[in-house]
Write a protein that binds this ligand. Structure first.
Ligand code: BDR
Ligand code: CA
Length: 336
């Protein structure tokens, strides 16, 4: 039976791919709604981008809710340098016709609280965790009802992407991330931390894009349109031909528990100083503290792309005969 989820995100190029993936797995995932936080793009832009993606997928029935417009305490720093001035790789897709969807009056926080009070559901966090921290603080009973919490964020051994040690989602709102890890700790629950150690292994290359387009020109063309800017960015900063698509891995990990492997550990998020936003993973058990996270360290890259392609294309994995030769399972970034 499909598991119910809420995606909390900041679209964002890779957030958009994650939403597309979630919608393409109806047997595993029922997407109850999408909540937006300020992150890659300002919140209103993220809201519009989510609608554009839903429109493209023909799924404007999925409600989108506006959330926090800034981090809890820190000054807001977006990532439009990475995602383009429109947050969608400067694809400049037209705004979705307001007649085609219902503009939700409830806030992201209200939607999360009401939904989780009514029924347990999982949360897949793909942006700064501002909305989720507010849920923990203002509606602890609803927070209790989170079935599984998967967070794309942080890093263990991999370097950061905003500072030597910090990943963007946690760096953008370190206070929120810190609260969410603490609240999960208080409840003796585990966050699945899908951080840069594993997402850096998910490189969408021009070859993969070309293959996708051969199999489905419409969806492949859309992905190409929104990722072009991202590819240029990776070339400039990482000397990489391809782009790291972080967020879909969190959705894939949720759906297929064999895709990523890791270890459980106590994790805290640094909220100040030069390592602000760092996920401090106590892998050596210095603090003698019970774990609050499952820190992912290994991923089967080929299996991810099999899932990504087959779900979005609606074909059987066995039909993707060219994939193994196009995937660099040893994908390496500047990290290695
Ligand atoms: C994360 O930050 C954003 O730029 C991406 O959307 C992803 O969620 C990677 O650090
Ligand atoms: Ca994101």
């Amino acid at each position: 039976m499909a598991r119910k989820i809420i995606i909390d995100c900041d679209p964002g190029i890779d957030d958009s791919l994650a939403i597309m993936l979630a919608l393409s797995m109806p047997d595993q995932i029922e997407l109850l709604g999408i909540t937006i936080a300020a992150g890659n793009s300002p919140v209103e832009m993220g809201y519009q981008n989510a609608l554009k993606v839903l429109d493209f997928m023909g799924r404007l029935d999925v409600p989108v809710f506006m959330g926090a417009d800034r981090p809890l305490r820190r000054e807001f720093i977006n990532a439009l340098d990475t995602h383009g001035s429109d947050g969608l790789g400067e694809s400049f897709l037209p705004e979705t016709d307001p007649a085609k969807y219902v503009r939700q009056e409830r806030s992201a926080l209200e939607f999360m609280a009401e939904t989780l009070r009514r029924e347990p559901a999982s949360l897949i966090a793909l942006g700064p965790m501002t909305n989720i921290a507010m849920l923990a603080q203002k509606h602890p009973d609803a927070f209790d009802n989170i079935e599984e919490l998967v967070s794309m964020g942080g890093s263990f051994r991999s370097h950061g992407n905003c500072s030597p040690v910090a990943e963007y989602n946690y760096w953008c709102d370190p206070d929120a991330a810190s609260i969410v890890y603490e609240e999960m700790d208080r409840r003796k629950r585990l966050i699945s931390m899908v951080g840069l150690d594993v997402t850096r292994r998910i490189v969408l290359t021009p070859d993969l894009l070309a293959y996708f387009k051969r199999l489905d020109h419409r969806i492949g063309g859309f992905i190409e349109k929104i990722t072009g800017f991202y590819l240029d960015f990776h070339w400039e900063w990482e000397h990489l031909i391809g782009c790291v698509i972080n967020d879909p891995l969190a959705v894939a990990c949720f759906a297929d528990k064999d895709l990523c492997r890791g270890f459980t550990s106590y994790v805290q998020i640094e909220t100040g100083g030069i390592s602000i936003g760092q996920s401090v993973v106590d892998s050596m058990h210095f603090y003698r503290h019970s774990p609050n996270a499952l820190v992912m360290t290994e991923v089967d890259t080929l299996a991810f792309f099999r899932l990504f392609f087959s779900s979005l294309l609606g074909v059987d994995k066995s039909e993707l005969d060219l994939l193994p030769q196009l995937i660099r399972t040893d994908s390496r970034t500047i990290d290695d």
